[in-house]
Write a protein that binds this ligand. Structure first.
Ligand SMILES: Cc1cc2nc3c(=O)[nH]c(=O)nc-3n(C[C@H](O)[C@H](O)[C@H](O)COP(=O)(O)O)c2cc1C
Length: 314
């Protein structure tokens, strides 16, 4: 009797210990701290105050979409001028060999800055620095734009609230929220330049063909060892990793359900190879499979993609 009770007590404390260990693991891996802590502080005080002066709209700039959340930008603040530099050491290596994605991310940051400037009482006149993308450029910072700011009465751009709300969603597309013709037209109208064109592909067979190309390209990428390594370098796992780096991609935005995200955090870390396989299956079975339409951005018609799958074939 005595011995049995001792066993029960021993069993109970082993169970409590296991639970405590699981709880600690869950806490340490950030199961309850998604979106919290220093890494996410820029979303709390993104509008700043008048005391920030010309620096104020930079708070909005750094919330922009950018490749693998590398945040490849630097801002040099002068008298009513902000010079924007590509922080080229923060790159994706062979995953972005010409740093094309890097420059797109910096462009998104400049766009946010220009949108937010009005709310701080500034106009922003952006002058990009002319130049060409080259293969594996040096890691030294490189100036990409100059933004002149002039004081004007405060005005709020219609897209200002979207800067805070926007984020990358890697889940399935929602069939109950189709992109209307009007929204498509609105997107097309946003592209004012003759050298840049958007094509939307809705036609089922054209969409299937382009979808297959996207999946094939993803498979080629993950088959390339160096590309896989250069991408995985920016994966952040666990509370400490995220707090220390304050950049990179995390399980929280992987498109998994909250339960699966918690499990992914608690279980041993995925190898780069397993993460790549997950990416490929998400691309094939979730993104391409559920996208009601696909959009292609054609820049100076160089990315022909057989004339954007015969211009939507519609
Ligand atoms: C040029 C560019 C390319 C991107 N490529 C991908 C991609 O291939 N797959 C993906 O899941 N996210 C991609 N993203 C999204 C980024 O990973 C995301 O913007 C970044 O992690 C910051 O997260 P947020 O958009 O939620 O603020 C891309 C973003 C940019 C600007």
């Amino acid at each position: 009797m005595h011995a049995r009770r001792a066993m029960l007590i021993g069993g109970a404390s082993a169970g409590t210990l296991a639970l405590a260990a699981l709880g600690y693991r869950a806490w340490d891996r950030g199961v309850w701290s998604a979106g919290k802590g220093l890494a996410f502080a820029p979303w709390q005080d993104w509008e700043g105050t008048a005391a920030d002066g010309v620096k104020r709209p930079i708070r909005a700039a750094v919330l922009a979409a950018n490749p693998h959340d590398t945040q490849p930008w630097l801002f040099e603040v002068g008298d009513n001028v902000i010079r924007v530099f590509a922080d080229r050491a923060r790159n994706l290596g062979t995953f972005d060999p010409f740093r094309r994605e890097m420059h797109l991310g910096i462009g998104a940051a400049i766009e946010n800055l220009a949108v937010a400037a009005g709310a701080s009482g500034w106009t922003a006149e952006v002058t990009p620095v002319d130049g060409k993308l080259t293969l594996s450029p040096p890691d030294t910072p490189f100036q990409v734009a100059e933004i002149k700011l002039a004081a004007v009465p405060v005005s709020r751009h219609a897209l200002l609230p979207a800067i805070l709300l926007r984020h990358t969603n890697r889940g399935a597309y929602r069939a109950d929220q189709p992109v209307s013709r009007g929204q498509q037209r609105h997107f097309l109208d946003l592209v004012a330049s003759e050298s840049v064109r958007i094509v939307f592909i809705e036609d089922t067979s054209a969409r299937r063909e382009l979808g297959a190309l996207i999946v094939e390209a993803t498979a080629e990428i993950i088959a390339d060892q160096q590309m896989s390594v250069d991408s995985a370098r920016w994966f952040r796992t666990g509370r400490r990793d995220i707090g220390e780096h304050r950049d990179g991609v995390t399980a929280d935005t992987s498109g998994l359900s909250s339960l699966m995200v918690a499990a992914a955090k608690i279980l041993p870390e995925l190898s780069a190879e397993s993460a790549d396989k997950y990416w490929l299956s998400m691309t094939r079975e979730t993104h391409v499979a559920t996208a009601p339409l696909l959009g292609i951005l054609l820049v100076r018609d160089r990315l022909d993609m057989r004339s954007a799958i015969d211009a939507g074939r519609a």
